[in-house]
Write a protein that binds this ligand. Structure first.
Ligand code: ASP
Length: 313
């Protein structure tokens, strides 16, 4: 059956549940194959799914995990990777975003993986080029592959997401990870709860289809998983945010506050983690933390989205 997966992955909001399931199914397979190869139980799979295709990673904001895992994913599928460096490019000479992407397409880009501080930038690029566009995080709007990798990690751990309570704690207002996760987890049947300082909770957030908890204990009670988020300092212009020490005391997950979480519940964080703020080192490195497993899922999910967007899966 021909895949109906869209050519661009711009957000989770417009994906159907079956499309999300399609990514998770394929990514789960890639993740198992990579694990078997690492454990020496199988030869490293050589997926010539995208031979000769060119994947450009175009990041206008800092990244550690997302850019590197897209590049590893592209290599693993047999594609070529071109890593666009904004500061060494003609953007510094005044070239517009539209002209930049048209030129990259003329060079041969089949996929543009875009991170940009402006919400909507990947959609605008998708209108300007014929290549596939994958949103790798746009402002405070969405970060679709992060939500997909979180869903894969959680589903493997919890068995299913149906009926599970997932709490997202921190700076909900400025977080593209929160927005994509609320859409993704609700579409997969979870009950999503958000919590954080009142200045960091957007008004009317319930309309996205989530519950709101006003305190950390309320957020952690009966949860199957908690996802801790960083304060997005770079997106906050005003000063109405708590200081780091106050924030850590009231909203941070430490050995003490972890006791409030049901015993089998797990802890996630998309990174970068500020140790001692959102998570204490004990929690971050503890056995209930899935942070490194999330990173591992990221490569597999990005392999799956590249293959599906290019109609090659
Ligand atoms: N890495 C995630 C993002 O790019 C989360 C964060 O930066 O806090 O949105």
């Amino acid at each position: 059956m021909a895949s109906e997966f869209p050519r661009h992955l711009l957000d989770i909001e417009s994906l159907r549940r079956e499309q999300i399931e399609e990514v998770l199914g394929l990514a789960g397979r890639f993740k198992r194959e990579r694990a078997a190869a690492r454990a020496g139980k199988a030869r490293a799979p050589r997926h010539q799914i995208l031979p000769g295709r060119i994947v450009v990673t175009l990041f206008f904001e800092a990244s550690t995990r997302t850019r590197s895992s897209f590049e590893v994913a592209a290599h693993a599928l047999g594609a070529e990777v071109l890593s666009f460096q904004k500061d060494a490019s003609s953007v510094t000479k005044g070239e517009s975003l539209q002209d930049t992407v048209r030129n990259l397409e003329a060079i041969g880009a089949d996929v543009l993986v875009v991170r940009h501080p402006a919400a909507g930038a990947p959609r605008a690029i998708a209108r300007a080029v014929r290549a596939s566009v994958i949103n790798a995080g746009d402002g405070a709007h969405e970060h679709p592959t992060q939500a997909l990798l979180d869903a894969l990690t959680l589903r493997e751990k919890l068995g299913t997401l149906e009926g599970k309570v997932i709490s997202i704690v921190g700076d909900i207002a400025h977080s593209r990870v929160a927005r994509s996760n609320v859409h993704c987890l609700s579409k997969l049947g979870s009950r999503v709860r958000v919590a954080g300082p009142s200045t960091l909770l957007p008004a009317g957030v319930e309309k996205l289809g989530c519950e709101v908890a006003r305190t950390l204990p309320d957020a952690l009670r009966d949860a199957d998983a908690v996802m801790m988020l960083r304060i997005q300092q770079e997106r906050i212009a005003d000063a109405r945010i708590p200081g780091t020490r106050d924030y850590a005391r009231v909203w941070g997950l430490s050995a003490r506050t972890l006791e409030l979480l049901p015993p089998r519940a797990v802890v996630l964080h998309p990174g970068p983690v500020n140790r001692g703020v959102e998570l204490s080192s004990e929690v971050m490195d503890g056995e209930r933390s899935l942070v490194m497993d999330q990173v591992d899922s990221g490569v597999a999910v990005r392999m799956a989205t590249l293959a599906l967007c290019l109609g090659a899966a």
